[in-house]
Design a protein around this ligand. Sequence first.
Ligand code: NAG
Ligand code: NAG
Ligand code: NAG
Ligand code: NAG
Ligand code: NAG
Ligand code: NAG
Length: 634
Amino acid sequence: MRSFLPFVVLGLGLLATAGPALSPRILHEKRTHVPAGWTLKRRHDPSTPIPLRFALTQKNINDVGKYLMEVSHPDSELYGKHWSAGDVLKTFAPSDETIEAVRSWLLEGGVESDRIQLTQNKGWIEVAATVEEAERLLQTEYNLYSHTSGKEHVACDAYHLPVHVAPHVDFVTPSIHFDAKLTRRDSTQPAHSIGQPGPGIGPKTTGKLQAQLPSDTSTCNEYITLDCLRALYGLEYTPNATGSNSYGIVEYTPQAYLQTDLNMFFGNFSPSQNGTSPYLVSIDGGYAQTEYQGFEYNGESDLDLQYAMGLLGPSQTVTLYQVGDIVEGASFNNFLDALDGSYCTFEGGDDPSQDAIYPDPYGGGYEGPEACGTVTPANVISTSYSYDEADLSVFYATRQCAEYAKLGLMGVTILYSSGDYGVAGNGGLCLNPDGSQSTNGTMFNPTFPASCPYITSVGATMIPPNSTVYDPETACEEVIYSGGGFSNYFTIPSYQQSAVDSYLTNYYPSYPTNIWNATGSRAYPDISANGANYLVAIDGGFELVYGTSCSSPVSGAILTMVNDARIAAGKSTIGFINPTIYSSQFAGVFTDITTGDNPGCGTNGFNATVGWDPVTGLGTPNLPKLLQAWSALP
Ligand SMILES: *[C@@H]1O[C@H](CO)[C@@H](O)[C@H](O)[C@H]1NC(C)=O
Ligand SMILES: *[C@@H]1O[C@H](CO)[C@@H](O)[C@H](O)[C@H]1NC(C)=O
Ligand SMILES: *[C@@H]1O[C@H](CO)[C@@H](O)[C@H](O)[C@H]1NC(C)=O
Ligand SMILES: *[C@@H]1O[C@H](CO)[C@@H](O)[C@H](O)[C@H]1NC(C)=O
Ligand SMILES: *[C@@H]1O[C@H](CO)[C@@H](O)[C@H](O)[C@H]1NC(C)=O
Ligand SMILES: *[C@@H]1O[C@H](CO)[C@@H](O)[C@H](O)[C@H]1NC(C)=O
């Protein structure tokens, strides 16, 4: 942590000459409603200390999409010329001008310089303020809210910044951000990470298998196994470049795999892997906990690892990023902090209402330092957790989304499951006109990070009843519906413009435009893969599991095979794949899914159609075609 002492003179100089104190204020962020479960208790006490944090805008960040296209578009001369972590750090660190603009305004506002600190990564300015002072600086009023769970939270409805400061600040915490449900301080219960385990999130199960384990692919319409996926997607592949290749699966504690479950799965379906484990990378105290067991604790991790490891076989190690301790849990930002030293936030610079803070400020949790730029990202990273876009502020989502672009610049492929509730959000929540979410809302509710244009969103398909692995798949309509739709936060990226235009021209959805975002925004998913009837060994028995939680790790394993072939041929990793897979060079490479839909919010959702659609994206992978198309690229 550094103080600002070297800058003091400059700050005073500004104060003496210019008149930015008179700079008019503009509204920076505003909330329309208090989220469900929270009630206003009272105005916060003026003299209470409040740790104000200013997220500084990053230099060149508005160009991140352009840089990403340069290294990711197959027509670009720079295709595959990925950046080093150092290039990323240098390019996006906040500029001295940004730091100085915020700092000198605070000094003018009467904050002594020893109360203003810049985090080591220069991403945040932190101020030890009082509520009264914060209210004056931000022209706002802070209130105390309480949640039905007993949790308290400090927030305001809106806040303002001087016109000359606003362009340098992404957002301020605490302020309007209200998503405080992810961590809990009830030490008798494990943490809730990313709402997991929680209602409506994670894969679904219909319970224990009531039949014999299948021994061939004749029952893939009822039970998906490794062999079914191999038959469906042409996965005849033995990895060659395993020493230099990597595939990472992200899990958020208390979600954890059980070694006995892996043994049971591999013993039956991949005997040479019986007894093997993923390579564990612990982030912020993460470990494969065994204290809490049950489908909601083991289902996701067991599923992800059994299928990721099983498809790749014994020679390719799979990395498990286990994030967060059992007390605080963790969020996507905690994971991203670990990968990127330019994003990590010392001294709790993350949004404390959203992200876990390490070392645990309350005691009892992980006391070590927060992982910050210490973890090397795998070439492909699959995550099967999600938020609803509306859970997060635009600023928060935008900042995190740009971070995925930086990983893409470094040649990393980021996959996220698209959600399991069709056009509705997690748990079947839909939007109301005021921006709140409820199960009786009528407006489609996009998920995040699916809606971020810099990740690859994976939807779900299934083998229709009474069909075989040789028949066309359909959009998943068993137990879950493939998450899909149009973002309310992100505009459409150029790479999918023509695919989405074509969908909207030929199959314009028959809904009033006030229930879906018809402006032509970022549309998802990008691709899909089977997400129904997976046989997964969980808590000592085989269960049938459903969800885009299945589709994402399977797609990641397939893309890892493509990376293997490219690395073996001395080429770059595939990195951010969207500009490639939507390009004309890849026409017909994915298997188009043209039937089924993704109901939600009291509608049948969208239809799967010929070409890209907001149910199954471009379609399902076909490994031989993927290998061929990617081997034609430099
Ligand atoms: C893997 O290596 C073997 C032996 O070097 C070679 O015959 C095979 O073609 C390679 N496969 C791929 C996909 O590169
Ligand atoms: C897996 O290996 C263990 C010994 O390491 C053995 O006891 C078990 O029977 C094997 N599982 C199966 C299903 O073959
Ligand atoms: C939706 O449900 C909430 C309770 O969850 C209720 O207060 C509200 O009146 C309902 N709205 C409609 C339009 O039914
Ligand atoms: C599938 O086949 C079974 C028996 O062969 C039949 O009872 C059932 O109706 C069929 N289902 C569909 C969707 O065709
Ligand atoms: C639709 O999406 C765009 C982003 O492309 C956004 O600016 C707009 O506010 C969204 N509309 C609604 C009603 O949320
Ligand atoms: C989906 O297709 C059906 C049958 O063609 C049609 O009636 C319906 O309007 C379509 N749905 C949308 C959202 O366009």
